[in-house]
Design a protein around this ligand. Structure first.
Ligand code: SF4
Length: 253
């Protein structure tokens, strides 16, 4: 008797949910309010703040930024500051010994190429060129590039931080793997930019961050209270997801 044919694993469709992105954005808008884009700050301040925000909270990076500008009132002064003083100034943002030389190198790079620190010219460059210019700066990755383009210049770019990455994976908007390697937030930028309509980048980014902080938390997401539960293939499957009763307690503090 011939051997029974092996059951083939079902083909995975990691992007099956991208067609639901407009609905996901609409529900997050309803749940958390429609985010309205306003220019946050000038492009260089946005760039430095994004470097400061790596691996820390918004409040810590904000404090580090305020202290930096109090200690060194011009970008020239930051660029020329002794490293030890720079590290001391940005200490509240964490990883100061890594971030201080990175900030100084970026400033030197910009001044060397442009002669000043004005990045307003990026608003006029074709998007790909603006992206490439920023991405060629020392130590500047896709998230920082996208933050400067979107927040400071209002250009269509999608920053993927830890919340956006986690929630997008749980919603099956991006795959868990990239070929034989693990999917990363860096690699997810291009995938999400291709999947989300450009005029929805800002709402999608802000909505997923709010959702990731309040409901789809890294540990114990509140699936029972989630406005996306009927759209989400991970509902109830993440280890330790909260019951409705626990979710209410969690929100109430
Ligand atoms: S159903 Fe659960 S896993 Fe899915 S988005 Fe909502 S909280 Fe996250």
């Amino acid at each position: 008797m011939p051997p029974k044919p092996k059951k083939q694993p079902r083909a995975r469709k990691p992007h099956a949910n991208v067609t639901r992105i407009p609905e996901i954005i609409a529900r997050l808008d309803d749940a958390y309010g429609i985010p309205e884009w306003r220019p946050h700050r000038d492009p260089l301040s946005e760039l430095v703040l994004t470097i400061l925000s790596q691996n820390t909270s918004d409040s810590n990076s904000g404090r580090a930024c305020v202290r930096l500008l109090e200690a060194f009132p011009t970008w020239d002064a930051v660029m020329e500051a002794p490293l030890a003083e720079l590290i001391a100034a940005i200490q509240p943002g964490g990883l100061a010994p890594t971030k201080a030389p990175r900030i100084r190198a970026v400033l030197r790079d910009i001044k060397g190429r442009r002669g000043d620190f004005d990045l307003a010219f990026l608003a006029e460059l074709p998007l790909d060129e603006a992206r490439a210019w920023l991405g060629s700066l020392h130590g500047v990755g896709p998230k920082t590039v996208a933050c400067v383009l979107l927040f400071a210049l209002g250009r269509p770019a999608m920053p993927v931080d830890t919340h956006v990455f986690r929630v997008a994976q749980r919603l099956a908007l991006i795959p868990m793997r990239a070929g034989n390697a693990a999917m990363t937030a860096e690699k997810a930028h291009a995938l999400l930019e291709a999947a989300v309509p450009p005029d929805g980048y800002y709402a999608f980014h802000i909505g997923l961050i709010k959702h990731g902080r309040r409901t789809c938390t890294a540990q114990r997401p509140s699936c029972d209270a989630c406005v996306l539960r009927d759209l989400c293939p991970s509902v109830g499957k993440v280890a330790g997801n909260r019951t409705v009763r626990e979710s209410v307690k969690h929100v109430d503090g």
